[in-house]
Write a protein that binds this ligand. Structure first.
Ligand code: GRF
Length: 208
């Protein structure tokens, strides 16, 4: 059903547990009546998360990069996504670094979830990093995406208690439980404009 609610394009590359949490929040949780899912998109046509999204009743789409240069591929993805008229692009385990073509097309409207404090750890393997360093706590971060790797303005963070977590699987289990709550709650606040956050442009200006 199409409504006048803000539209989310959810991007994933893998299993999609964050996507499931968001879709469930849209269907019967904190995002119900706040947003709708315009499309679930993947760069991997065989991503398990796409099948799950279709089973949940979401429109799905995919486009494999297949040797295209990053900017060229991203331009094609921008075109495809724009056909769904998204208000927000929500990265949920989307395993590609976005080029400026993509970031500029949706400037200030791309959101990512990172399983660490982005001031402490950027890029892949954040749970491994927390586990190997025996951290007593890690932080999940939801942030706006700029042209750097996990450098955009932070919208929200939530702690994960890792005391007594003696396997990587347990670290991930605890972390994902926090991710699933934090992502939906943060999107509600973002959409309702309840988050005091500098724009990407303002932040860049203070950094240089
Ligand atoms: C999550 O840990 C997320 O924070 C990171 O990638 C992982 C995706 O997991 N960006 P899933 O596909 O949502 O289960």
């Amino acid at each position: 059903m199409t409504t006048n609610l803000p539209r989310l394009a959810i991007l994933l590359s893998g299993r999609g547990s964050n996507m499931v949490a968001l879709v469930e929040a849209v269907q019967r949780g904190v995002l119900q009546g706040v947003a709708e899912v315009a499309v679930v998109f993947s760069n991997k046509p065989d991503a398990p998360g796409l099948t799950t999204a279709a089973a949940l009743g979401c429109p799905t789409a995919s486009l494999a990069p297949e040797g295209r240069k990053r900017a060229e591929y991203d331009a094609a993805v921008v075109d495809l996504l724009q056909g769904y008229q998204p208000d927000y692009v929500v990265l949920a385990g989307y395993m590609r670094i976005l080029s400026s073509v993509f970031v500029r097309a949706f400037a200030g409207r791309i959101v990512n979830i990172h399983p660490a404090d982005t001031h402490q750890h950027q890029g892949l393997h954040a749970y491994e990093w927390a586990f190997e360093n025996r951290l007593p706590e890690t932080k999940i971060t939801v942030h706006l995406v700029d042209e750097g790797l996990d450098t955009g303005p932070i919208l929200a963070q939530a702690p994960v208690d890792l005391r007594g977590a003696d396997t990587l699987a347990e670290v991930e289990r605890r972390g994902l439980a926090v991710e699933h709550q934090l992502y939906a709650n943060t999107l509600v606040q973002l959409i309702r404009q309840e988050l005091p956050t500098p724009s990407i442009a303002e932040r860049s200006a203070t950094q240089h």
